[in-house]
Design a protein around this ligand. Structure first.
Ligand code: OOG
Ligand code: NI
Length: 465
């Protein structure tokens, strides 16, 4: 609570994230199994490596690890996307990054809603990968018209959620009672619907065009389709999943395993077939497949130079493979990735020296003592050398387009491997969103900059950099 009587948006986000997790756990028990497996693996990883534990203590990530998760939704119209933006804004979540997935055969473009300041991320790092269906990519004109007509009829928000969003915008915040009601009402948008809004025949037509189109159009809301806990050892979780009756996808997306993890590695288990009722059916005689489980391991955020190197090495490994990664070539792909990524320095000092990653800086006890004695060096490299300043990588808070496409595809089945010849259209996305997305690289640069300014202040220096 701040002086205005409003609840801190980060607190609303933390409450919402926890309510969403409880709802999903009740709806999809396998998600609960995954949470247990990840908690066990994380405890093991921390017990096995004092260095890892210390690193997460420096950055504070140790405190947010157990509550860390991301989810994903897919919406159908510009109005839905812009209202979702306003709904997330109540919880201090803003659109970051633009992801075009059409080139990978998924007719959507996306952003991630999340907190943008490190202090807010520390309270709750909850993020939602949010995709907008690109109806214009449906070739069949009659089907496109049908989809648009069905979408125009639905309201995915409760009247009370809409009212509370408006109230928050008008007043600049919500008090505790309103915030609690907001969490409850907002949650309704993300709930699963067993009742479809279309007939079985309409569903089949939509599904025949693309499974994702049926998923977006045929129900009264953008059900949360997965929630992803963060693990400290994704290979261990991947290997342990079958022992707990969970079948993971064949390939871990993202960079290979390294001493110093970078960006994001992800794996998922296949979407579940769930009973639904189509219009005209008296019971849940049909089925729909959308919800799945996913795990992620996060590493260092990369600078533009680091990201360019990552993209190049990833593309080279995929070119070497010569086909989409799949079950049959998974081991070869892992080997090729490792070979190519030998060109990416695997120590934090080297990544820092070469300007490949963003870092956070901390004044050590020795640094504070040296300041009192007036013996401290005055530039960053010398301060690090003398042990007066310590650095840790900034954790990557975003997503990766090639990985996201892999996650989508593993859950859409092989029949979805079409490729759209569409051009990415960030301008149209901004227009639908009613706002522009943040550039994630600028956000990391700002966090690094604030951390250097804080060190300079603590050391009584003009600036550090
Ligand atoms: C989103 C898939 C992408 C990720 O973590 O990259 C994703 C979706 O299936 O809607 O979740
Ligand atoms: Ni995901």
């Amino acid at each position: 609570m701040n002086t205005s009587g409003f609840v801190d948006p980060s607190q609303i986000r933390a409450q919402f994230s926890s309510a969403m997790s409880a709802m999903y756990r009740a709806e999809v028990p396998l998600y609960g199994d995954l949470l247990d497996l990840v908690a066990d693996t994380n405890a093991q990883a921390l017990a096995g490596s004092a260095a890892l534990k210390q690193q997460l203590e420096w950055t504070g990530e140790i405190e947010r690890l157990a509550m860390e998760r991301h989810g994903a939704i897919r919406v159908g119209t510009a109005e839905e996307l812009s209202t979702i933006r306003r709904l997330f804004a109540v919880m201090g979540m803003q659109p970051v990054g633009y992801y075009d997935l059409s080139s990978a055969g998924v007719p959507v473009h996306s952003t991630a809603f999340r907190a943008v300041h490190e202090a807010e991320l520390q309270v709750s790092p909850f993020r939602v990968f949010t995709s907008l269906l690109r109806l214009e990519l449906i070739e069949d004109e009659a089907l496109r018209a049908l989809a648009a007509e069905i979408l125009a009829k639905r309201d995915i928000f409760t009247p009370r959620a809409r009212a509370l969003i408006e109230q928050c915008e008008a007043q600049g915040g919500l008090n505790a009672a309103d915030a609690e009601e907001f969490v409850k009402e907002a949650l309704e948008t993300f709930r699963w619907h067993t009742q479809a809004t279309v007939t079985a025949a309409e569903y089949d037509r939509l599904h025949g065009q693309h499974r994702l189109i049926a998923d977006v159009v045929a129900f009264n809301g953008p059900h949360i389709n997965h929630l992803t806990p963060r693990t400290l050892d994704i290979d261990e979780v991947q290997a342990s999943m079958p022992k707990r009756g969970i079948t993971p996808k064949a390939v871990v997306e993202g960079p290979p395993r390294r001493q110093c993890p970078i960006l994001l590695r992800q794996t998922s288990f296949k979407a579940l077939q769930e009973a639904v009722a189509f219009v005209g059916q008296s019971s849940a005689a049909g089925s729909h497949t959308a919800r799945f489980g996913e795990i992620e391991q996060r590493g260092a955020a990369l600078t533009p130079a680091g990201r360019a190197l990552y993209d190049r090495l990833l593309n080279e490994a995929r070119d070497d493979l010569g086909e989409f990664p799949n079950e049959a070539n998974a081991q070869r792909y892992a080997d090729l990735l490792e070979q190519r990524f030998e060109a990416f320095p695997d120590s934090y000092p080297a990544m820092r020296r070469e300007g490949l990653a963003y870092f956070r800086y901390f004044v050590t006890e020795a640094g504070k003592a040296a300041r009192r004695d007036g013996t401290a060096p005055r530039n960053l490299d010398a301060l690090i050398e003398a042990g007066h300043v310590h650095f840790e990588p900034l954790v990557y808070e975003d997503f990766l387009p090639v990985s996201a496409a892999g996650i989508f595809q593993s859950n859409l089945g092989d029949d979805a491997q079409v490729s759209y010849n569409a051009t990415s259209n960030q301008q149209a996305f901004h227009a639908a969103l009613g706002a522009t997305v943040h550039d994630e690289l600028a956000l990391y640069a700002q966090t690094q900059c604030r951390s250097l300014a804080e060190c300079a202040r603590e050391l009584g220096l003009e600036a550090l950099g």
